[in-house]
Design a protein around this ligand. Structure first.
Ligand SMILES: [Zn+2]
Length: 168
């Protein structure tokens, strides 16, 4: 049957988005592999070989539940930032007082505060006081390192790249 309602579907409007690779869809009638642009996902398509009409699938790989997050950050950007998670976490645990884990995440000011307080604690402890301030910085670093390592890549990105959470 030709000329059904599917053929009246208007062409998709121009979409300003990052160019995406074409999707590959198998024609359900003749199994020929078709290459379609992702902007056509979900719309009706006609097989150029057998003429069969069918609806293109919507890619399931898209993180639809996190539309707010994915609106201004791609998955690769999350992965790129999340690659710092292990390093920052380990530095927090092992080198907490130096504030290295904060410098890794781009929090120069917070890292400098930690380093300063830690150094001040060392200097003061030589004079009179115990290592209290330094110990406190080490404990903060240790806790922060553990927090980094227990977060998912998405949560890690959200907290430290989007919200710029400097402490904990
Ligand atoms: Zn076909």
């Amino acid at each position: 049957m030709k000329g059904n309602s599917l053929s009246a579907t208007p062409p998709p409007p121009p979409i300003h988005e990052i160019p995406a690779p074409n999707m590959h869809v198998d024609c359900p009638y003749c199994q020929v592999r078709l290459s379609v642009h992702p902007s056509q996902a979900g719309s009706a398509a006609g097989c150029p070989k057998c003429g069969g009409r069918f609806q293109l699938p919507i890619p399931t790989a898209l993180p639809l539940g996190r539309s707010q997050l994915s609106a201004y950050s791609s998955t690769s950007e999350i992965q790129r930032f999340a690659s710092k998670k292990i390093t920052a976490g380990i530095c927090g645990i092992l080198l907490g007082g130096f504030g290295v884990h904060k410098f890794i995440l781009g929090f120069g000011k917070a890292g400098a505060i930690m380093l300063t307080v830690w150094l001040a604690g060392i200097v003061l402890s030589i004079l009179i006081l115990p290592l209290f301030a330094s110990a406190a910085m080490w404990i903060i670093g240790l806790i922060e390192g553990i927090i980094y390592l227990t977060k998912s890549d998405e949560d890690f990105y959200q907290a430290y790249a989007v919200e710029k959470k400097e402490w904990f």
